[in-house]
Design a protein around this ligand. Structure first.
Ligand SMILES: C[S@@+](CC[C@H](N)C(=O)[O-])C[C@H]1O[C@@H](n2cnc3c(N)ncnc32)[C@H](O)[C@@H]1O
Length: 215
């Protein structure tokens, strides 16, 4: 019992720390600190980059990316939910947002056309049901859709970031990712709750779309 209590306390401590920090520093979500930690370790976004961010609402990844790429770069965010505009004091002019579904290929073609990006980030997460195998399966399906978008819109040599549940199903995704990137690594940032199964996959050095067709 004492053990459970202690663990419980730890979980909320983590939540509090990043939640409060996000509020204090003006980030829309605590996810900002997950991305910051990843980018400290893997320099996959730099000044002047064009970045595509999938699953962007409410928009903390967009805030972090926008500040790194600066006025010479740009970031496009897509989510099923409306992303509130970055106006007023937090005006970030290099952000463009769209409301749409990453499974809707026609819509994506319409908004992205033939654009190519230096980096693609995805923080996509399905609505969880509480049924583990279903949630894990849905997370992999969402990531495979993100990987397909990445194949179409990432520049050769570019990098990508994906969030996924760490389960047996993950192998389905890793199999495809390893065929089209030079290097694939996983990381669990400190801002991810200790009890959460989510991890991030960092893919470096896109080999181009002609090398392999994802299933
Ligand atoms: C963890 S949240 C993203 C948080 C965001 N990165 C941030 O920093 O504020 C996951 C997002 O994935 C979005 N999502 C889930 N399925 C989607 C789909 N099929 N198409 C587009 N967005 C989707 C959800 O609406 C949700 O906003």
């Amino acid at each position: 019992m004492a053990y459970h209590r202690k663990n419980h306390f730890k979980v909320y401590q983590v939540k509090d720390k990043f939640f409060l920090k996000a509020k204090e520093e003006g980030y829309r979500a605590r996810s900002a600190y997950k991305l910051k930690e990843i980018l400290e370790k893997f320099k996959i976004i730099s000044t002047g980059f064009n970045v595509l961010d999938l699953g962007s609402a409410p928009g903390s990844f967009l805030q972090v990316i926008s500040r790194i790429v600066g006025p010479s770069g740009k970031v496009i965010g897509i989510d099923l939910k409306k992303i509130e505009p970055f106006s007023g004091k937090e005006a970030l002019k290099n952000i463009t947002t769209y409301t749409g579904d990453v499974f809707d290929v026609n819509y994506l073609n319409q908004i992205l056309g033939t654009q190519k990006f230096d980096t693609v980030t995805s923080d996509l997460m399905p609505n969880t049901t509480g049924i583990k195998f279903l949630d894990h399966d849905n997370s992999v399906d969402l990531n495979i859709a993100a990987l397909k978008i990445t194949r179409r819109h990432l520049k050769r040599g570019g990098s990508a970031l994906f969030k996924i549940f760490n389960s047996n199903e993950l192998r389905r995704f890793l199999f495809d990712a390893k065929k089209i990137f030079k290097d694939v690594k996983s990381i669990k940032p400190a801002a991810v709750r200790a009890t959460s199964k989510e991890i991030y996959i960092v893919c470096i050095g896109y080999l181009g779309s002609s090398t392999y067709t994802c299933k």
